[in-house]
Write a protein of this length. Structure first.
Length: 284
């Protein structure tokens, strides 16, 4: 059962990364109820647990309005306040503290341009965001963390963006009409006035309706030219080195002849006499 739940969570994360451009490290925006749940259930360290849930490194954020709300709740939430103060602070331009749900909804917006995950235990707030915002929602269940499945609103938004990317815009339709008129006129042997417009290259957008790139663009490494070291001419041997090589060869040949002469001479040999004394042979 645990493996099935993990696959389901990874499928949800993949939906948001492919359709809405969420990238690692994932940014998780936490409200006071979510931080209090992590502290009370001793789900620590929170960043490692969330990284295992989402399948990638995470960064935890909160807002000043959330900190002010935790401070008002008193001593029961003192540990949660200390834990929330250790998180990074997302910018909320509120001079006076607002309720946490209003602050977070303004920070996220409808399109969630900062690509935040939201962690909250407020069921009504989660239900509201599923109907009007593109935000993946996290919540705690006993000693584990869960992620909500994409809502109908989020799936329809993804389908609309895909449909807009596949259909032609008005500018592309006008361009197509001009091109067909130009082709028909050229087949009849008539020229058109807008021939110069078609000499300019057409720029094709690689982004979908939400401004997310369909695939990463890589720059090809093309060969700039031949290797200059491979084009260098071979150096010719100088004339000064040739006689030296000859003298070395002659000296080697002379040394070999001297060795042959030495081996040609016979060595003097001594024979032992019958009396047992060794000495040179006597000639009579």
């Amino acid at each position: 059962m645990r493996v099935k739940r993990q696959k389901k969570n990874r499928r949800t994360v993949r939906f948001f990364t492919v359709c809405f451009g969420f990238r690692q490290p994932f940014k998780v925006l936490c409200d006071g109820t979510f931080v209090h749940h992590l502290v009370s259930k001793e789900i620590t360290p929170a960043d490692t647990v969330l990284s295992e849930l989402l399948g990638g490194p995470v960064k935890l954020f909160t807002t000043r309005c959330v900190l002010a709300e935790l401070q008002k709740l008193g001593k029961d939430y003192s540990e949660s306040l200390e834990a929330a103060q250790m998180l990074s602070t997302a910018t909320c331009e509120h001079e006076e503290a607002k309720p946490a749900d209003e602050c977070l909804s303004e920070v996220l917006g409808v399109k969630n341009s900062e690509h935040f995950f939201l962690g909250t235990q407020d069921f009504e707030f989660r239900k509201k965001l599923q109907k009007e915002s593109i935000v993946p929602l996290l919540y705690g269940l006993n000693n584990s963390l869960q992620i909500d499945q994409p809502s109908d609103f989020q799936r329809e938004t993804a389908k609309d963006s895909e449909r807009k990317r596949l259909t032609m815009t008005d500018a592309e339709k006008r361009m197509l009409e001009k091109q067909t008129a130009r082709i028909l006129a050229s087949s009849r042997g008539e020229g058109t006035v807008d021939d110069e417009q078609w000499e300019a290259p057409r720029v094709v957008s690689t982004r979908n309706g939400l401004g997310v790139k369909d695939r990463p663009q890589f720059k090809r490494n093309r060969a700039k030219g031949p290797n200059p070291l491979s084009c260098m001419k071979k150096k010719k041997a100088s004339d000064s080195k040739r006689p030296q090589s000859k003298s070395k060869a002659e000296s080697r040949s002379g040394g070999q002849e001297e060795k042959k002469g030495e081996t040609g001479t016979k060595k003097r040999s001594r024979q032992r006499s019958r009396n047992g004394k060794s000495g040179p042979d006597r000639t009579e």
